[in-house]
Design a binder for this molecule. Structure first.
Ligand SMILES: [Zn+2]
Length: 393
């Protein structure tokens, strides 16, 4: 809005300031107000806005426009009112940890792999960094991810100072910035240890140790770039807690130790799959025996209450090796009976047409059709029809 003085942003000087007193200098409709100074961070640079209170009112959104910080409140204010502001500290601190974690990863990825950060999204559960890698690569190898994570956490544990300031034009020009500023004047710079220096208007802890652990969750291609997903600080602690609880539960269910759980699980899965395969073979064999007893001419027809679609399919495959054979099979299905009609290479009858002709729902090709019916009538009708045709030949 024209005529409103730019807000003195208290978080530039002190990112730890949680409370302040200020004066309302402008009001807009829908509860948006501007103050002479504010510690509330407006959404910018990939870092979400702060919430909190201004007097008795809640602050539900904060935006910046032409240097003016606008607070969306749920109560009316008038120009000239004085207010006591308090920001929601756990939310802000979490944002500071994620945001500074982003700097550490982006800086280290640039030094290790020449990755250029092109976007950051700080999400509710985890955050992402989009990067341009040399040669158009869209992922890092497992070893590269580990090297990146190790370097970042080593720097965190060094507890190096983090400093923010507004350099003069000459000083700015001489600084070894990882990225050039996107604005011409009033450029704020953040430096972490001696390895990360970029223009940034965000909020940061005063040393790297306060970022806490940084964990890369994944690395995947996104829109032709590489996207790193990560958590930092208490979110990383929460992540370790959840994954440890999950691993403990899996180990307990397998009566194994946590270290042996993956191997035990794979072994048991393998054994289970082998067992399933053997069961399927046994059931197919039983199906073929029953069908053999019920054979009439070239027609094999039966409802197999113990079978499923896979068993029907493998039985049909076996039966239709006989060129003249027609297999009309059914098993219990979701809506009554599942049907499978198949024929050998020389049987001259359209299975899909036959399925529909006998009231079955579904379809397929002339040599193999699948569908369903509410009862056994469809199968019986199909068998009777084919027998009649065979007798008339
Ligand atoms: Zn920053």
């Amino acid at each position: 809005m024209d005529g409103v003085a730019a807000t003195d942003r208290l978080y530039y000087e002190n990112a730890y300031l949680r409370e302040f007193d200020a004066r309302v200098i402008a009001v807009r409709k829908d509860g948006w107000i501007a103050l002479d100074h504010s510690a509330f961070y407006p959404t910018s640079g990939g870092q979400p806005f702060d919430t909190g209170t201004l007097g008795m009112a809640r602050v539900n959104d904060v935006e910046v426009e032409n240097g003016v910080v606008w607070h969306k409140t749920d109560a009316p204010f008038s120009v000239g009112d004085t207010v006591h502001g308090e920001i929601d500290w756990p939310r802000r601190w979490d944002h500071m940890q994620q945001h500074a974690g982003d700097h550490m990863l982006a800086g280290a990825a640039w030094q290790l792999f020449g990755g250029v950060t092109i976007g950051l999204h700080l999400g509710r559960e985890n955050s992402t960094i989009d990067m341009d890698l040399p040669g158009g690569r869209t992922h890092l190898t497992a070893d590269e991810m580990e090297a990146l994570e190790t370097l970042v956490n080593r720097r965190v544990q060094q507890d190096d100072p983090i400093r923010c300031w507004f350099p003069g034009t000459e000083e700015l020009a001489a600084l070894p910035l990882r990225k050039r500023p996107t604005v011409d004047s009033h450029v704020r710079v953040v430096a972490m240890g001696d390895y990360e220096m970029v223009p940034c208007g965000g909020t940061h802890p005063s040393s790297t140790g306060q970022i806490g652990p940084v964990k890369i969750l994944s690395c995947a291609p996104a829109r032709g770039k590489m996207r790193l997903c990560f958590v930092a600080g208490m979110r990383a602690v929460q992540y370790f807690r959840q994954t440890a609880a999950c691993a403990e539960q899996v180990a307990a269910a397998l009566s194994s130790t946590m270290a042996e759980a993956p191997e035990t699980l794979l072994r048991e899965r393998e054994a289970h799959l082998t067992q399933q395969k053997e069961n399927a073979q046994r059931l197919t064999q039983a199906a073929l025996e029953i069908l053999g007893l019920r054979k009439s001419g070239h027609i094999y027809a039966a409802h197999l209450p113990f079978a499923d679609r896979d068993i029907l399919l493998s039985a049909a495959k076996e039966l239709t090796k006989e060129p003249q054979a027609v297999a009309l099979l059914s098993c219990p299905g979701k809506s009554g009976h599942a049907l499978l009609f198949a024929r050998g290479a020389e049987a001259n009858v359209d299975m899909a047409a036959l399925l529909r002709q006998c009231g079955g729902k579904g379809g397929g090709k002339p040599d193999l059709a699948q569908g369903s019916a509410s009862d056994e009538t469809a199968l019986e009708q199909a068998a009777a029809f084919l027998l009649k045709v065979e007798i008339e030949k």
